[in-house]
Design a protein around this ligand. Structure first.
Ligand SMILES: C[S@@+](CC[C@H](N)C(=O)[O-])C[C@H]1O[C@@H](n2cnc3c(N)ncnc32)[C@H](O)[C@@H]1O
Length: 200
């Protein structure tokens, strides 16, 4: 993966990283950011991040969290939030977390208090009794999409803090889909609604 040393005359500009120009760039970044300094990439992303945030409950070091955080990067989430244990399983994130803004909240109430101050609506994503289909729900622009973990799903306190809990319709026999897959579907639903202005 990646590109070798820059060929020819080095480009001028602050965003370029001399070390990468000299030795090549093997990072997991889109071609437009090849050879850019890490902080220059983050600063550029900051100019165009979307209005949704992503939160994941982290009570059991679930390996799916990394996958959720990687998708949050790809879909342009404003920031990601880890609720519960501060240490989380970064393996599946493939270093994409380093290009995002990370917040930690000890519990659901702290996330909810922070969201209220920011004027963000907490939207739970889980297939629970009383949840409504994401397919026909008009997702608010300024929201936090909150995901549970394998096994228990969204905790009771988190369910209580969410303005709505949405499920992704399923048509087979399995109780649920993988949390990383569910997060990708939910984030993409927000993108379809607010970036492509597609009415539900
Ligand atoms: C294994 S599921 C949780 C358990 C599930 N509530 C159950 O009844 O078995 C783990 C997480 O994946 C996400 N998830 C999985 N399937 C989903 C679906 N169909 N709709 C919405 N979220 C889903 C949710 O965020 C959930 O908290």
């Amino acid at each position: 993966m990646g590109v070798g040393p820059w060929e020819g005359r080095w480009p001028a500009g602050d965003q370029w990283d001399p070390d990468l120009l000299e030795h090549g760039d093997r990072r997991n970044v889109v071609d437009a950011y090849r050879y850019w300094r890490h902080d220059a990439i983050v600063a550029d992303l900051d100019t165009r991040r979307h209005d949704f945030h992503v939160a994941v409950e982290n009570w059991g070091h679930d390996f799916n969290i990394g996958s959720v955080i990687r998708t949050a990067n790809a879909m342009g989430a404003r920031a990601f939030h880890i609720v519960g244990r501060r240490r989380w399983n970064r393996r599946g994130a493939m270093v994409t977390d380093r290009y995002q803004h990370e917040h930690h909240h000890p519990d659901a109430a702290s996330l909810a208090a922070w969201a209220r101050l920011e004027g963000l609506t907490l939207i739970g994503v889980d297939n629970l009794p009383g949840s409504v289909p994401i397919e026909t729900f008009d997702l608010p622009r300024r929201c936090v999409l909150v995901f549970g973990q394998e096994g228990p799903g969204l905790s009771e306190p988190m369910r209580g803090e969410c303005a709505a809990v949405l499920h992704i319709e399923q048509f087979g026999s399995t109780r649920s889909i993988n949390a990383g897959a569910a997060a990708a579907i939910a984030m993409h639903a927000w993108v379809r609604r607010h970036v492509f202005d597609q009415q539900v």
